[in-house]
Design a protein around this ligand. Structure first.
Ligand SMILES: N=CN[C@@H](CCC(=O)O)C(=O)O
Ligand SMILES: [Zn+2]
Length: 408
């Protein structure tokens, strides 16, 4: 069957985020169906069924948002206000959302999550992960996972988000490692644990990671968010695909992460532990920004993600994260965009064809990859930092399909 071909041409700046980090001027991209089939100079482009004129604007890969908590109901505005008045963030706020989430119907939860995904797409996100973690009992984690699988590209099991009120921590950890894990398994690819003061101890986290690895899940860790801790160490020990937050790192943590990348040959199997920085969360919780510059300089691969959740980061905006990373974390715009596209794909092991589930690579514009592209209302990606807060998303294609065009 021949696929309809579309040629996106007259691109002023094409930031491919491909293996060579190419940035092309006066470029074009051809896609056939969901697959990118040609990338190069506009004046050498092949013919296509449809011509789309970028009008000299910038084109980048769609954002890959690798850390979210979208399956929730309720509101934590009061907690946020208290924080802005000087209160410190604590893990216990998760319980407030758990109560509201348990009280919501499946339909409500799906509608709320779908609206958040739509909001993300309208800002250029084309591939997105979400976690469970506001159910915290077998049935509510199971339905969270099932709903998550309907709305997101990949799902992470986070039964180990908080020990629910009244539960014994060791008994709850047994539940997370046993019946709850079995109940979510049909819908999830990854497992995560919140290894932090007020959440799960190092030993409890280790048990969760061991059980989830045994069940065949890929691993990630919430670590070193609120203070120094064992999160990074555990993530490295277990070969986790990412450790997320990473606000409080000592030299050993950075060296350990860098060590996971020393034998990397670009494949998914040899990839190390990505350090996922969550700048919107850091600002909303008034934590120090994750040391993205230091990590990159040490040879660690990093990702940027929005961490959309009602407690610490109620935003789906990847442009906001990219802007912050460039303006306040010492990254160049190219590095920030790379972390928000290719870096996210690497954290989700979808940066090459050798991914977990045999599907097309995302997060970079290269032949054979999925046609996930965004057109900016700007001549270059630099405008993402140069014009902070200005909505610059002009059009978004996901798997070759136009999914966002304001006014259309
Ligand atoms: N840190 C743990 N989990 C979420 C916050 C959850 C909440 O406060 O509701 C995060 O990634 O920031
Ligand atoms: Zn999180």
């Amino acid at each position: 069957m021949t696929m309809r071909s579309q040629l996106l041409s007259n691109i002023g700046e094409l930031m491919t985020q491909d293996a060579e980090h190419r940035v092309l001027r006066n470029a074009a991209v051809l896609f056939e169906g969901e697959r990118i089939s040609w990338v190069g100079a506009a004046d050498r482009a092949p013919a296509a069924d449809e011509l789309i004129d970028a009008g000299g604007r910038a084109v980048l890969p769609g954002w890959v948002d690798s850390h979210n908590h979208l399956i929730f109901a309720g509101d934590r505005t009061a907690e946020f206000e208290a924080r802005m008045a000087g209160e410190t963030y604590a893990a216990g706020g998760i319980a407030v959302t758990t109560e509201a989430t348990r009280a919501a119907s499946d339909q409500e939860l799906e509608e709320l999550a779908s609206a958040r995904v739509a909001e993300a797409i309208s800002q250029g996100t084309t591939f997105l992960e979400t976690k469970t973690g506001y159910g915290l009992d077998v049935e509510n984690e199971r339905r969270s996972a099932q709903i998550a699988a309907k709305v997101a590209d990949q799902v992470t099991y986070l039964g180990a988000h908080l020990v629910p009120a009244g539960a014994d921590a060791e008994e709850y950890t047994d539940l997370v490692c046993g019946p709850m894990l079995a109940a979510v398994l049909p819908w999830v690819q990854w497992a995560d644990v919140f290894c932090e003061r007020g959440a799960f101890t190092e030993e409890q986290s280790r048990r969760v990671l061991e059980a989830c690895r045994k069940a065949g899940l890929g691993l990630r860790v919430h670590g070193n968010q609120l203070g120094p801790g064992a999160g990074v160490r555990l993530a490295v020990e277990f070969g986790a695909a990412s450790v997320d937050h990473v606000n409080y790192l000592d030299d050993q943590d950075v060296d350990a992460l860098a060590g996971t990348w020393s034998a990397w040959d670009g494949s998914a199997t040899s990839a190390g532990t990505v350090a996922t920085c969550l700048p919107a969360c850091d600002l909303s919780t008034r934590q120090p920004l994750a040391p993205g510059r230091r990590l990159l300089d040490a040879g660690v691969q990093i990702a940027l993600a929005s961490n959309c959740n009602p407690g610490t980061s109620f935003t789906t905006s990847m442009p906001y994260c990219v802007t912050t990373a460039a303006l306040q974390m010492g990254l160049s715009v190219h590095e920030a965009v790379r972390a928000a596209t290719w870096g996210g794909a690497l954290a989700l092991r979808r940066h090459t064809g050798e991914d977990l589930d045999g599907k097309r690579a995302v997060g970079s514009i290269a032949v054979g990859h999925r046609a996930d592209l965004q057109l900016l209302e700007a001549p270059s990606a630099t405008h993402l930092a140069y014009r902070p807060g200005v909505p610059l998303t002009r059009a978004v294609w996901r798997a070759g399909e136009l999914v966002w065009l304001p006014g259309a």
